[in-house]
Design a protein around this ligand. Structure first.
Ligand code: MN
Ligand code: MN
Length: 471
C-alpha cells in the first residue's frame, strides 16, 4: 500500500470504529434551534415562577391542568389516554398518562427533583443586634457558604397558623418589593478572614439575613428594630413571632433567569439543579398523547438532603400512587415495577476549563454536547451509586439514537475528587431498571448556576423519546 491509501484506510477505520463526541450545534436538525429557543423561554419562566418546591408544585399543577390533566383520587376509573396528577403535601407531584398496554407491562418513569439548595429560616429566627434586625438561617443542601453573602435575597414560603390557615409569603420578586441580604466583611478588615480555608471563612451561624434597621416607639427598649419587623409582618400577614415555629420560610437568590453570553447560548439562574430536568420531564409528559406504555413523571422534594422525609423519593408516597394505579387494573405493584424503566434525570457537572484539575475530560460532560448519561454516580468506589446495567444503557442508547437526541456520557469529576448521588438508587431499590441522565451544569449549587440551552432541550427531547418508545 502506498502512503495515500494507508491514510485513507486510517480515515475509514476511524469513521467506522471510533466513538467521537461532537458539539451538539453541529448535529442540530433543521428548525431545532428555534424549537430549542422557544422551549427555553418556557423553562426560564418556570424558574422565575418556582423558587421553592411548593411554588414549583403549584406551577406544575397549573401547567398540567392546562394540558388536560386532572387530579387523581384512589379508585378513580382510568382508561388509556387518561391524564392524571397527584400532589404530595404541596411539595412533590406525580403525573401519569395511561398507556394502551396494561400496567403489568411496566411504566416509563421520568424522575427529577424540584427542591434546591437554599437558606431556611430557623424556627426562632428573628433577633436584633446593635439596632439591626436579622433572621437566623440553617442552610438546606450542599452550599458553598461564601457564595451566599452580599447578594440580593428573596424570602419565600409558608407560615401555618394553629388553626390550619396557610399563609403564603413571597417577598422580593413582586413589583416594588424590598429584598434582603447577608453582609460580608469588607476587604479592608478581612486579612485574617482571608487566610481561612474557603469552607471556614463564613461560618453557618454567620448566615444571618439583614431585615431592617428602623426603630419603632420612643422608649429605650433594645428590641425596637425587631419590633418594627414584627409589626410589618403582622400587618401584612397577620402573624406573630411564635408563628415562625410552624413556618417554612426560605431565602433564595433574587435573580431572575437570564440568557448568558453574547450569543445567548446559555441560561443563568438559581435552582437549575434540578428544575432544569424537572421542567424537561414535565414538558415531555404534558405533550404526550395516548402512549403505548403508561408514562409517569415524578417531581420529588428533599433530594438535596438525602431524599428523606415524607415528600422525598424514599417516601412510600410514590409506591402508594403507583399501587393505586395498579389496583385499578388488578395488577401486582411488584410486577409493574419489575417491568418498568426510570430515567432519573438530575444535573451533572459540566467540564469547566477553569477548574480542569478536578475533571477527567474524556469522561466528563461538556456544555452543548447534549444530555449526559451517567451509568453510575456515587463517590469514591461508586459508593451510593445504583450503577445501571449495560443492558439498560444499551436500550437507552438505542432509543436516543433513533430519536436523534444529542447525548454524551457523563461522570462527576475525577474518581478521587468527590462525587454525588441522585434519586436513582431509590428507584433501583424498588426493583425498577434505572439510569441517571441530565443536563451538565457550571457552578452547580451556586446561587447562580449556568447551563447550555442545547443541553436543556436535548434532555426534554430524550425524555419525550423514552415516553414515546416502548423502551
Ligand atoms: Mn440534583
Ligand atoms: Mn444538587
Amino acid at each position: 500500500m502506498n502512503r495515500e491509501t494507508q491514510s485513507n484506510r486510517g480515515d475509514e477505520l476511524r469513521k467506522a470504529l471510533c466513538y467521537t463526541k461532537k458539539n451538539g450545534y453541529d448535529l442540530l436538525q433543521p428548525g431545532e434551534e428555534e424549537a430549542m429557543e422557544s422551549y427555553c423561554q418556557g423553562y426560564k419562566s418556570f424558574l422565575d415562577g418556582g423558587k421553592t418546591e411548593r411554588e414549583c408544585a403549584d406551577r406544575t399543577v397549573a401547567m398540567a391542568e392546562a394540558a388536560g390533566f386532572r387530579p387523581y383520587q384512589r379508585g378513580m376509573a382510568l382508561k388509556p389516554g387518561d391524564k392524571i396528577y397527584q400532589v404530595n403535601r404541596g411539595k412533590a407531584v406525580m403525573l401519569a398518562v395511561i398507556g394502551r398496554q396494561g400496567l403489568d407491562q411496566g411504566v416509563n418513569i421520568g424522575a427529577a427533583h424540584i427542591d434546591a439548595p437554599r437558606l431556611d429560616l430557623k424556627q426562632n429566627p428573628l433577633y436584633e443586634a446593635d439596632e439591626l434586625a436579622f433572621l437566623k438561617t440553617h442552610y438546606y443542601g450542599g452550599i458553598r457558604k461564601y457564595q451566599w453573602v452580599a447578594i440580593p435575597l428573596e424570602l419565600h414560603g409558608v407560615v401555618v397558623l394553629t388553626d390550619g390557615t396557610v399563609v403564603r409569603v413571597s417577598i422580593g420578586d413582586g413589583e416594588g418589593d424590598p429584598i434582603f441580604t447577608i453582609d460580608d466583611l469588607l476587604p479592608h478588615l478581612g486579612s485574617e478572614q482571608s487566610k481561612k480555608p474557603l469552607g471556614e471563612a463564613i461560618p453557618g451561624e454567620n448566615l444571618n439575613i439583614l431585615v431592617g434597621s428602623r426603630p419603632i416607639g420612643e422608649d429605650e427598649g433594645s428590641d425596637r428594630v425587631k419590633l418594627t419587623a414584627l409589626e410589618l409582618l403582622n400587618r401584612k400577614y397577620g402573624i406573630v413571632e411564635e408563628d415562625f415555629v410552624s413556618a417554612e420560610l426560605s431565602a433564595v437568590p433574587a435573580f431572575p433567569a437570564k440568557d448568558v453570553g453574547f450569543d445567548r447560548s446559555l441560561i443563568g439562574a438559581y435552582g437549575q439543579d434540578d428544575r432544569v430536568c424537572g421542567y424537561a420531564v414535565l414538558a415531555a409528559i404534558l405533550q404526550l398523547e395516548n402512549p403505548k406504555r403508561t408514562a409517569v413523571c415524578m417531581l420529588a422534594d428533599k433530594e438535596e438532603i438525602g431524599s428523606e422525609g415524607v415528600t422525598g423519593m424514599q417516601s412510600a408516597a410514590f409506591d402508594t400512587f403507583m399501587n393505586d394505579l395498579c389496583a385499578g387494573q388488578g395488577v401486582d405493584l411488584r410486577v409493574c415495577y419489575e417491568h418498568s424503566f426510570c430515567l432519573s434525570t438530575d444535573v451533572t457537572a459540566a467540564y469547566d476549563p477553569n477548574f480542569a484539575d478536578v475533571f477527567e475530560k474524556r469522561n466528563s460532560a461538556l456544555v452543548n454536547y447534549g444530555i449526559g448519561i451517567c451509568k453510575y454516580t456515587g463517590s469514591r468506589g461508586k459508593s451510593g451509586a445504583s450503577d445501571a446495567s449495560a443492558e439498560v444503557v444499551a436500550r437507552v442508547r438505542r432509543c436516543l439514537n433513533q430519536a436523534g437526541v444529542v447525548w454524551q456520557t457523563a461522570e462527576l469529576g475525577k474518581v478521587d475528587a468527590g462525587g454525588g448521588g441522585t434519586v436513582a438508587m431509590y428507584m433501583a431499590k424498588r426493583n425498577i431498571d434505572t439510569l441517571d441522565a441530565g443536563v451538565p451544569v457550571l457552578s452547580m449549587h451556586a446561587p447562580f448556576e449556568t447551563v447550555g440551552k442545547l443541553d436543556c432541550y436535548m434532555t426534554f427531547k430524550a425524555m419525550k423519546a423514552i415516553y414515546e418508545a416502548a423502551i
